[in-house]
Design a protein around this ligand. Structure first.
Ligand code: FES
Length: 106
């Protein structure tokens, strides 16, 4: 599946993601520095924050309670479409997913 990350300056970067991977891993593998992912995907650091494009919001699924608590601590504003990218699992249904990268993670 293909994911598009939109950098804070507006430029779009397409990344190939493996099925079952997280959006965070796909980003870090592609060298996207805006995803810091200090904890490596264990859902404890909140430095893998992304904003999900509105068209995709229902398809990425719900935010768990633990994720929601962590999202309270993200470095830029938490918005209704905020997610931790390590908690977004790539499926065929997410082919074409668009995620916006925040200005900073720390
Ligand atoms: Fe640490 Fe997502 S990588 S919370």
């Amino acid at each position: 599946p293909n994911i598009t990350f939109i950098h804070p300056d507006g430029h779009a970067q397409n990344v190939d993601a493996a099925l079952g991977d997280s959006a965070m891993s796909a980003a870090t593998r592609a060298g996207i520095d805006e995803i810091v992912a200090e904890c490596g995907g264990s859902a404890v650091c909140a430095t893998c924050h992304v904003y999900v494009d509105d068209d995709w919001l229902t398809r990425v699924g719900d935010v768990s309670g633990d994720e929601s608590e962590l999202l309270e601590g993200v470095a830029t504003d938490r918005l209704p479409n905020s997610r931790l990218s390590c908690q977004i699992k790539i499926t065929e249904a997410l082919d074409g997913l668009v995620l916006r990268l925040p200005e900073r993670q720390i």
